[in-house]
Design a protein around this ligand. Sequence first.
Ligand code: ADP
Length: 499
Amino acid sequence: MTSTTVPAPSAATIAAIPTGLFIGGTWRDAADGSVFDVENPATGEVLAAVADAGPDDGDDALAAAVTAQAPWARTAPRFRGEILRRAYDLVMARQDWLAEVMTSEMGKPLAEARGEVAYAAEFLRWFSEEAVRISGDHTTTGDGSNRIIVTREPVGPCVLITPWNFPLAMGTRKIAPAVAAGCTMVLKPAPQTPLTSLALAALLQEAGLPDGVLNVVNTTDAATVVGRWMASGKARKVSFTGSTAVGKLLLRQAADTVMRSSMELGGNAPFIVCADADIDVAVDGAMAAKMRNMGEACTAANRMYVHRDIAAAFSRRLADRMATLRMGNGLDSATQVGPLIDAAGRDKVQRLVDDARQRGATALTGGQLPDGPGYFYPPTVLANVSPESELMTTEVFGPVAPVIPFDDEDEVIARANDTEWGLVGYVFTQDIDRAFDLSERLEVGMVGINNGVVSNPAAPFGGVKQSGLGREGGKVGIDEFLEYKYLSVPRRQGKLPAA
Ligand code: ADP
């Protein structure tokens, strides 16, 4: 049901956010004075206008990052770590403010936005602890003639590009390891959600981040602004989270200047419920894996394969739970399901649901567009979805759970792996051997075992196949921003004796 009240973000919340370009530690307008509007997807109202960078502004931002790189690389790890730790404290101290900003421009319910602030802040804390643990190696050549000293250095100025679905966490997941490693950055947030990144930049400056280390430009012309960064030869790394299509474009551009590349791309997560699963645990897991962020997550369960013996019971219980969720403006504290990001996102969901129905699926709940303003789509469970449905090969990015019955494990693994993506999979069973066996056979970078949420700053997040390259978070997250350097030091005495 849709709530009737339409709360608006407080004017003070929005007014507290800087709306310019953040270049070299200074807030400024676009060179040609351009701005673009930021919309509240729950109401369609304009929240603010932010500076719209052109190519020259983008070049200025990269120049600031290049200038700041050498002195920043020479700072003490503890200095960088303590900036991140202060930023963690500041973000948590402003949790409610940041959550309101995020909900206003992205739509997720306030409780989820607060959760994202805590998750995002944790990357700042995690990498504040990693900054002082960048280690190398010291060995000897086989014949003993040389010492091998391996050190690690920041890769250099980085291009960071973030999506709109987790506007704060996708920023800190890239910024925090780059700061810890000693890299400078140009960040281009998604045009739907620029305000959260601008607020974060202001907090990082307040935490003591030196001028030019992080530069933030919003633009409606990503292809030109980012294209120039990629072609410049001065940016040494690109870290991107977004669609597979744009990821591939950036990889092609990265080839021209041989840039290090980290890619977090799309997913098509299988969610496998075996006959011996605890159905309560599986339904809880499905709610988390499907409904977090209204299903607008690359980790969202996209295909629910449920053993035929329990498929009807599972679908019914999932539909009952989904039907109780309250849909509405995320700023209303009673809301559990917010709007989708925009009209295009909502229309794509409707098209995929219509296609599945035409191929024989039944909607146990949802499936109809509500009236009124905003880009709402109701929580929807589709039973008996045909494997030929477009939903099986397309990331739905909405609150739609297609249930597909299966009969045996070989069949379900073959279907689960029959996709070009491989980000995450979920397995529900009470048999530990089966859990490990299925996890090992899934072609994915992450598996939730009896668990619908895998994301955690302490864990390596990332996928295989066309879901991406590299990992974010965990002990390996900082590696993406470091290069090895090996120093060869001959022994004065030459080779070591054989005996
Ligand atoms: P979505 O379809 O979910 O918005 P995108 O991959 O289009 O996903 O967007 C993710 C990020 O990539 C956003 O910040 C967007 O502005 C940016 N982006 C889109 N097109 C390009 C491009 N040609 N070059 C660089 N970045 C781009």
